[in-house]
Design a protein around this ligand. Sequence first.
Ligand SMILES: [Zn+2]
Length: 232
Amino acid sequence: MNVLAIGCHPDDIEVGCAGTLAKYAKQGDKVIVCHVANGDLGHAEILPPELRETRLQEAKNAGALAGIEVMTCDIGDLMVYDGDKRQRGAVVEVIRYAKPDVMITHSPTDYMPDHVAVSKLVFDASFAASCPHYGTGEAAGVTPLFYMDTLAGVNFQPSEYVDITDTLALKLEMLECHVSQMKWMRDHDHIDFAEFVRACARFRGLQCGAGYAEAFAQCMAWPKITTKRMLP
Ligand SMILES: [Zn+2]
């Protein structure tokens, strides 16, 4: 099975669904991660051109730990707009390249504008990618789409859970690859983001009788719905 997770910033996938992606990879599925924005505004001291390159490398380091291919649409932070035809086209190209059987992206109820824009971009692009005469390249199939948990689980009602007890350590190791973010938050904001992410996974675990879990909500739109369980 081909799995495509499209997040906004280079570390969002680690926060939302890396435990699940690691499970897919362990069972032999091909997993591709794409971040739409390049994360260039994610630091108060490192300037955007340098941070853009640093964060792409951090994302690739994280992906390598789980055997995941990492791509980027390389759009600047706070420049993601779901009404932008060029950006939709870029996401369509990613979908057509990945030929996914299942896709994961942000919830439409997430906490900041780029995340919400990515959610809508992926929803729109997933339809457009299946249309043979849209853009160039071979059309992709219409596939089930899952929204991953919001930051801190706020305003998110899960419909499915994945037990990530056995991949939590790898998820946190992948998260720590994002040194520019983790170190800055620890040194300057006094936030241990690894503890934050672990606590969220434990909370979702309590809801479904697992040690640690990641939560998802299926996008309920025809014809993305199937009778098969698509999450690991
Ligand atoms: Zn983000």
